[in-house]
Design a protein around this ligand. Structure first.
Ligand code: SF4
Length: 348
């Protein structure tokens, strides 16, 4: 099946899922749901206990929203220019290419905008973003993100990459996509040829959270991208009931490393509303991370980090995290700014 047909044949409701013999509970007004045939093929019929199903199938706990949770959990809205460009870090810019994804993660940090609104942004908004980049030479790196940028057509991606490459001050382009896990058929010879033609496109970061997601189709897609000259990293999210045990985390990091993907980040679940059933404690996260160091190749050990609302990314190691007792922590970022994180407000 080609990737467009996979999207057309995806599961978009609990009823459609249960009709296929999966044991999911119905949920009132869930936010957008879509599961590709590829993801369905690696899900267990018992959805609740399946580490893949748990990531993508709506559940009742999503309705439990704590008052400290935030619809914009990393506070990027103030940094958005003309809807499509996020300028949150001095030397990097992020372009929102799409509001769609092949499969919707239940814990998505951009769920305020991703999934429920299927409209594309207009070309003139991208032209404004490109003009901003031309006038802001301290930005040397552009990240294409979304939603999933690979939901865009080959021609559109070719156009945007060409326009970005014309900007002299931009040295590196990076793509963030989850298709290596959710829709590996999207990595075609044609898209690899396009990527190969754009010399500033050097990196692609994906999101794979469980070793079961490293399928033979994913490994094939990874090989194609690597042969097209793209280096691949992974942004995993530490998720309760999915990968919060050392056996799974080790298998994930080694599986990625063996496939040619650097396990770059392991993110602590953020302030997104309705995801307290996915959050681990910081103490457990740090203990798990500690158990990876030395036991597997250093290149296979991710940085454990927390994308916070005010401080942006905080690296979760004793230099930046001070435990204050009773689930309270003092977090410090790269600028030396601090905040108190109280997990009693955010964990079920
Ligand atoms: S792939 Fe990323 S943007 Fe898409 S639903 Fe998952 S977390 Fe959100």
């Amino acid at each position: 099946m080609n990737w467009q047909d996979e999207i057309k044949n995806s599961i978009t409701s609990i009823d459609a899922l249960t009709n296929r013999g999966f044991s999911a509970r119905s949920v009132e007004n869930p936010r957008a749901m879509r599961i590709t045939p590829h993801i369905l093929s690696i899900m267990d019929k018992d959805v609740e206990n399946c580490p893949i199903g748990r990531q993508f199938v709506p559940c009742m706990e999503e309705g439990i929203v704590n008052k400290k949770e935030l619809t914009d959990p990393v506070c990027e809205a103030p940094c958005i220019k003309d809807e499509v460009l996020v300028h949150a870090y001095d030397d990097r810019g992020l372009i929102i290419c799409s509001l769609e994804c092949p499969t919707y993660c239940r814990y998505c940090f951009r769920k305020r905008m991703v999934g429920d609104n299927q409209a594309w942004f207009a070309r003139h908004q991208y032209l404004t973003a490109l003009a901003y980049l031309k006038n802001t030479p301290q930005i040397h790196e552009i990240i294409l993100s979304g939603g999933d940028p690979l939901m865009r057509s080959d021609d559109w991606l070719d156009w945007l990459l060409s326009e970005i490459e014309k900007i002299e001050s931009v040295r590196v382009i990076r793509i963030h996509t989850r298709v290596l896990s959710t829709l590996p058929s999207r990595i075609t010879g044609e898209i690899c040829n396009i990527f190969n033609r754009h010399s500033k496109l050097k990196y692609l970061n994906t999101q794979i959270n469980h070793p079961k997601e490293i399928t033979k189709e994913s490994i094939h897609a990874i090989g194609m991208l690597r042969r097209a000259g793209i280096s691949i990293g992974n942004h995993a999210v530490l998720l309760k009931g999915v990968n919060d045990n050392i056996k799974t985390l080790k298998a994930l990091c080694l599986g990625l490393y063996h496939a040619g993907v650097i396990p770059y980040y392991l993110f602590h679940a953020d302030y997104t509303p309705g995801i307290s059933h996915f959050r681990t404690t910081i103490k457990d996260g740090m203990a798990l991370h500690h158990k990876l160091q030395g036991w597997i190749s250093g290149l296979a050990v991710p940085v454990y980090a927390f994308d916070t609302p005010r401080l942006r990314k905080v690296w979760m190691n004793p230099s930046y995290v001070k435990e204050m007792g009773k689930g309270r922590y003092k977090l410090t970022n790269f600028r030396g700014e601090t905040m108190i994180y109280d997990e009693n407000d955010l964990i079920l």
